[in-house]
Design a protein around this ligand. Structure first.
Ligand code: C2E
Ligand code: CA
Ligand code: CA
Length: 748
């Protein structure tokens, strides 16, 4: 059902940022930590890759150099064994293998550096140091310039004897050749390798950026990237230091907006070092992958968590909305319910400046309609009625269905209020439901709210009280709460403040109204009736019982009266040996809990009174209340041995079927059926009522018999008992006792 009324402020679903934001921040922090973690992992991975590459390079270099050394060793071995007579024989023999080992030429020189080369050059005065003239091992020189071609070369040398004379064999290699052998470019040419000695002098540069000889790699890097930052200089110096100490290491350094991964590895020959350098940009793929993964994971987690938050948030709001609806919205009319009315009217009333009114409206004879048209139809009727009602009120209003067919509305109106009443009355006088035109009459209680009125319950009560005044006045559909009602309320308030005190002070007293047998006119019972002796006046029960029923004080009062009756019965039994059956009125307010009877049993036991002589009067009108199961309650009362009478019979709404189920001993026909003013016109009616009572097979008492004419009529109907002024008004306890003593009319 759609929400019709804007004053019921159902908020739109809205995300509450106040707790999504902190969660978002937490995720951000977690993502950052995750990002750092993945970055560390990736760096570690790159470190491993690059150091592996460095080690591989070193291994390849070692293999190649050792093979070259072995070749030189082999040559010298075979010369030493005397296989060759002359230099030319030697050169010829090994000419084919030179190429395989990347050598350019061989040379055989004497101690003074004079000799010839395998490609026909004559060498004179080549500076032969002791390192070259080594008979034990093959010596590998550092880079040096070739005296023949000016190229950078390295020389492998070993000394030997040729025909008894000392000679040295040189195998020369262009330094450049090392590149071919081993110094592959890394990462599609973006990474590369330097071969340096431990002073940092560059032997080979696979990047081909160093054109000059005798370049120091450290200085070269510092100059090329213009490194001035202390931290970076320290990093370079650390590498320098480590290399000098023959250590191996890996690090990364940021230069010119790129990060370079560097690995240095000791070759183990001539204090040479392999430096592998790869810029991060060369690893873009790996890094991009890393960034993509981290970003993806981050977004994914964010989406999931935010999704969950949104879901929880919305479903909470939905739940709240449902709860709100269940708590405050009347499902039949979509108007606010009584809770809504009571909780919101104060704020609303405070916002109004002019004349404020409350109306409570009910539909006359709605119960009859319910049984005539059925609940479904009548619910539709209520819905249409609520809608029309709300529409025809002054614009700014709160209109709610309070319960059943009772609606309440508050609003401001500064002209003649009768205009509003007339408009509403006209609007709802006919209502269309399922194309059936229903004619309605309503009763409106009106109260003009005063400034000092703060308690909405009291305000509501005043309009309810006003509405009740309409009953019976046929030509009026509304009643304005007036001074007379105000006075009545004041009196009630007065009673309420003094009732507890009155109970303590024993201001409530009992009088008894005897019941007489119609056959012999002897007293066979009495009804206890309460009176309130207040100051010097006697207050009659009609003036306070309804109020006590409303405020539940009746629960206490009834028990108090019952106890007094038990006391009197015990006294009469002892003093007069009298067994009078006394009836006590039990308000229907007790019936909300069937265990109320336990207290009655306890009191009867306390005074040792025979429960048969205690007759509990239940009013027939108790059956109106749907929540009361009178049959169950009566059965329970009966099970304890009390007698039961059904009071005010004929005025209630009980069905014959239900009456048949009730375990009653006595039926008390209400006094309206013997009204002396129009007894004749009611004779048929009372006949009928007595007939029903007789069918139920119980004793029958007729109440309110005031005249001989009434008494004769009742006697003729063969009812069992009469209770009325004709025989006796309600009398003091002492006056009852006179019947026992006189012993003429009392049935003892
Ligand atoms: P009820 O139970 O119908 O009591 C009978 C009422 O009819 C009594 O009025 C009684 O005085 C009055 N009555 C008896 N004979 C005649 C008669 O010939 N003519 C007229 N006009 N009236 C007659 P009362 O004592 O004013 O009590 C009024 C109602 O107050 C009782 O009606 C009963 O419903 C209630 N009530 C009285 N005492 C108690 C009590 O202790 N507890 C409860 N819960 N209700 C009580
Ligand atoms: Ca009664
Ligand atoms: Ca009665």
């Amino acid at each position: 059902m759609k929400e019709k009324y804007n004053y019921i402020n159902l908020k739109k679903y809205k995300l509450s940022l106040k707790w999504i934001l902190p969660i978002f921040i937490i995720i951000l922090i977690l993502s950052f930590i995750g990002f750092r973690y993945i970055k560390t992992l990736t760096y570690k991975n790159i470190y491993t890759t690059i150091s592996e590459l460095g080690k591989q390079t070193v291994a390849q270099l070692n293999i190649a150099i050792n093979e070259q050394k072995k070749f030189v060793e082999t040559m010298v071995d075979s010369i030493n064994r005397g296989y060759f007579k002359s230099e030319s024989e030697i050169f010829d023999n090994f000419a084919d293998d030179l190429e395989n080992y990347h050598f350019t030429r061989l040379a055989i020189l004497d101690k003074n550096g004079n000799g010839i080369t395998s490609d026909g050059h004559t060498v004179t005065d080549y500076p032969i140091t002791d390192e070259f003239f080594n008979f034990n091992n093959v010596y590998l020189s550092e880079n040096r310039k070739s005296t023949i071609s000016n190229d950078q070369i390295n020389i492998y040398s070993k000394a030997f004897y040729l025909n008894g004379e000392e000679r040295v064999l040189f195998a020369t290699i262009y330094t450049e050749k090392y590149k071919e052998i081993l110094l592959r470019r890394l990462y599609n040419g973006l990474g590369g390798t330097y071969l340096i000695n431990n002073d940092g002098m560059v032997l080979i540069d696979s990047f081909d950026v160093i054109k000059e000889n005798n370049v120091n790699l450290y200085d070269f890097i510092i100059n090329k990237y213009n490194v001035t930052n202390d931290n970076k200089l320290t990093e370079i110096n650390d590498m320098k230091e480590n290399i000098r100490n023959k250590n191996t290491g890996t690090f990364d350094i940021s230069l010119n907006n790129d990060t370079y991964f560097v690995h240095y590895e000791n070759v183990g020959i001539n204090n040479w070092y392999v430096i592998s350098i790869v810029p991060a940009s060369a690893m873009a793929e790996e890094l991009n992958q890393f960034i993509a993964i981290s970003l993806g994971v981050c977004i994914f987690i964010n989406c999931i968590v935010i999704g969950i938050c949104v879901y929880i948030d919305i479903s909470n709001q939905m739940k709240n909305r449902k709860l709100y609806k269940a708590a405050y919205i009347d499902p039949i009319t979509s108007l606010g319910n009584e809770n809504y009315f009571k909780e919101n009217s104060n704020v609303f009333l405070n916002s109004l400046k002019g004349n404020k009114y409350i109306l409570t409206i009910d539909i006359n004879k709605f119960k009859v309609m319910n049984s005539l048209y059925g609940y479904d139809f009548c619910n539709k009727l209520l819905n249409a009625f609520g809608e029309k009602l709300e529409k025809n009120m002054p614009k700014n209003n709160i209109t709610c269905r309070m319960y059943s067919d009772v609606f309440a509305t508050i609003f401001e109106y500064n002209k003649d209020i009768e205009q509003v009443l007339e408009k509403v009355n006209n609007a709802v006088s006919t209502i269309d439901v399922d194309n059936i035109k229903i004619h309605l009459s309503i009763s409106i209680g009106v109260y003009k709210i005063k400034k000092e009125d703060k308690d909405i319950n009291k305000i509501l009560d005043k309009s309810y009280i006003a509405r009740k005044q309409i009953k019976g006045t046929y030509n009026s559909y509304y009643y304005m709460f007036d001074q007379a009602l105000e006075n009545l309320l004041l009196k009630e308030e007065n009673i309420e403040t003094s009732m507890e005190e009155a109970l303590k002070n024993r201001e409530f007293k009992i009088i008894y109204q005897p019941k007489f047998s119609t056959s012999n006119e002897k007293i066979i019972g009495a009804e206890s009736l309460v009176r309130w002796y207040r100051n010097d006046t006697i207050i009659m029960p009609d003036n306070f019982i309804p109020l006590f029923e409303k405020n539940k004080f009746i629960l206490k009062l009834d028990l108090y009266i019952f106890e007094q009756v038990c006391k009197d019965l015990a006294y009469w039994k002892e003093k007069f040996n009298a067994n009078l059956r006394v009836s006590v009125n039990v308000s229907k307010e007790h019936f909300v809990d069937e265990n109320f009877i336990d207290e009655y049993v306890e009191i009867a036991n306390k005074y040792n009174v025979d429960r048969k002589n205690l007759e509990l009067e239940l009013t027939e009108s108790a059956t109106i209340d749907k929540s009361i199961d009178l049959v169950k309650i009566a059965n329970k009362i009966k099970s304890y041995g009390f007698s039961i009478s059904l009071d005010d019979f004929g005025t209630g709404y009980s069905s014959l079927a239900m009456l048949q189920e009730l375990p009653i001993d006595v039926i008390k026909i209400d006094k309206i059926f013997v009204d002396k003013a129009d007894l004749n016109s009611k004779k048929n009616m009372i006949n009928y009522i007595v007939l029903i009572a007789k069918q139920l097979g119980t004793e029958i008492v007729v109440e309110g018999v005031e005249t001989k004419e009434q008494a004769d009529f009742i006697k003729a109907l063969k009812c069992d008992m009469i209770q009325g002024y004709y025989y006796s008004k309600p009398i003091e306890k002492e006056s009852i006792e006179k019947y026992f003593i006189k012993d003429d009319k009392a049935l003892i």
